[in-house]
Design a protein around this ligand. Structure first.
Ligand SMILES: [Zn+2]
Length: 136
């Protein structure tokens, strides 16, 4: 009996969620270890501090990316419960099955996702501009 076709999807999303949570925890542990290492190297006056900073920035960016994916999975899961899964959050259009197969936690159609990315980039550019303006 297969009365709920979303059951498998829900399970794989929950699985993915656990995976990402674990990855985030691991990353946090790495970053903390690196921060400690950095402190030690500063005390010892050894180099490599710039590298450590860059590496940490990358780690934090990765954590942020994972946290965003986690957020999407959570939204996809609650949309599964609501019965609105598979419809774009922005325009309400049905998200193509092909996209959902590739990105089971997609909550927007491709067009809206891209529009959002462009908008976010613009905000980021703005903030950078404001930031450099203040510095001057
Ligand atoms: Zn859309």
């Amino acid at each position: 009996m297969n009365k709920n076709p979303n059951e498998g999807l829900k399970r794989s999303l929950a699985e993915r969620k656990r995976e990402i949570l674990r990855e985030i925890q691991d990353k946090f542990r790495d970053v903390r270890a690196e921060a400690e290492w950095k402190e030690t190297s500063e005390e010892l006056g050894t180099g490599g501090i710039f590298e450590a900073d860059t590496q940490q920035d990358i780690e934090f960016a990765l954590i942020q990316m994972k946290a965003e994916t986690l957020d999407q999975i959570n939204q996809a899961l609650s949309r599964l419960d609501e019965g609105t899964y598979g419809y774009c959050l922005e325009c309400g259009e049905e998200i193509p099955k092909r996209r959902l197969r590739a990105l089971p936690f997609a909550i927007r159609c491709k067009d809206c996702e891209e529009a959002l990315e462009v908008a976010e980039e613009r905000v980021r550019d703005r903030l950078l501009m404001v930031g450099s303006h203040v510095e001057r």
